[in-house]
Design a protein around this ligand. Structure first.
Ligand code: KG4
Ligand code: ZN
Length: 333
């Protein structure tokens, strides 16, 4: 069965073809980062319009990559939510219109399920059950995963998501959008002893997170240095970045270790954009060696939003339940 995946929840248009026999056949992505950069964040209206422009050329691209005619698609999976409403509507209307034209079934996929299952696309796939840390721009959740569709939420952020904390703190440091990779790069040059920032809820003994206070701590440090970020020296910016990254990584690592202890599981899976962060990966790898668990990551290109994870999640759902897809083309998000 060949499933076309369509992702358009935020600022990336992603299309992919996944074959349940042969694996991932093709994937293509257009990132809108350059377009939103000058506004310092995603402009929803521009995002929707750009998804409209990109979707069909990307479809042609994946079909050419896989060397398949469109008629070979057996089902279409699209991101149903959560995400920007207008952006989601583009992906769902593309998917439903194609499905109607091709007379194929269509299936809405939860964006987070796409992220959650994306590590299973890697060469080294984790077996179920595992603990998953989902760290994206919109969510931070710890979950117990017993199989496809069998997810138990252990805890989540009470305010900002981890990616949001990265982006907002980066903005406070005058770094561009998206701030996650930028603050991470800057932190490499920072002195770990210069600023010890708070580790919110580190000892709360549950699996919840809170990152808004950490962002405020970054703001306070910046303000104590200068009235304007432009007047903070480069080394000090790097030191603040380092203080921030060390704090957030410590909390994420500690909660993962706690969740593994609580569930008795020995496999940890990381998903979502912040999963690309090198300091987080280094810290988790160190904890894994010390505490004797195994940690799995998605391929770097599948950490952030992409069509492959949606095609894949759709295919896994359809394998388990062929009736999951419908021929009701009234798209809904
Ligand atoms: O999963 P994703 O592409 O989109 C959502 O579903 O939200 O995640 C995007 C988030 C952004 O906040 C971005 O700054 C963050 O992931 N991110 C990173 C890195 N790469 C992406 N954060 C820290 N370090 C990175 N290397
Ligand atoms: Zn995402």
């Amino acid at each position: 069965m060949i499933v076309l995946g369509v992702e358009s929840s935020c600022d990336e248009t992603g299309l992919a073809l996944y074959d349940t026999e042969r694996g991932l056949l093709a994937h293509a992505l257009h990132s809108q980062v350059a377009m939103h950069e000058e506004y310092g964040g995603v402009v929803p209206e521009l995002a929707s319009r750009d998804h409209i422009r990109r979707a069909l050329p990307l479809l042609e691209q994946v079909l050419a990559q896989a060397d398949l005619p469109m008629e070979r698609i057996d089902a279409i999976a699209y991101t149903q939510g959560p995400g920007l409403a207008g952006a989601l509507l583009v992906g769902s209307s593309v998917a439903c219109s194609l499905a109607l034209a091709l007379d194929k079934p269509v299936l809405g996929v939860h964006h987070l399920e796409g992220h959650l299952l994306s590590p299973l696309l890697a060469t080294e796939r984790p077996e179920f059950p595992f603990v998953a840390l989902l760290v994206s721009g919109g969510h931070t959740q710890l979950m117990r995963v017993d199989g496809v569709g069998r997810y138990t939420l252990l805890g989540e952020t009470l305010d900002d998501a981890a990616g949001e904390a990265f982006d907002k703190s980066a903005k406070l440091l005058g770094l561009g959008y998206p701030g996650g990779p930028a603050i991470s790069r800057l932190a490499e040059f920072g002195d770990p002893e210069a600023y010890k920032l708070p580790r919110p809820m580190l000892h709360s003994k549950d699996f919840n997170f809170s990152f808004s206070g950490l962002k405020t701590a970054v703001l306070t440090v910046v303000k104590n240095n200068a009235a304007d970020i432009a007047n903070v020296c480069e080394q000090d910016k790097a030191n603040i970045a380092r203080g921030f990254v060390d704090a957030i990584v410590d909390v994420l690592t500690a909660k993962c270790v706690l969740a593994l202890k609580h569930t008795g599981l020995k496999r940890l899976v990381i998903a979502g954009g912040v999963g690309a962060n090198r300091q987080l990966r280094a810290s988790l790898n160190e904890a894994a060696a010390k505490k004797r668990f195994k940690v799995y990551y998605p391929e770097l290109e599948f950490c952030t939003d992409n069509g492959a994870m949606i095609a894949f999640a759709g295919a896994l759902r359809l394998e388990r339940n062929p009736d999951a897809a419908q021929r009701d083309y009234a798209f809904n998000v």
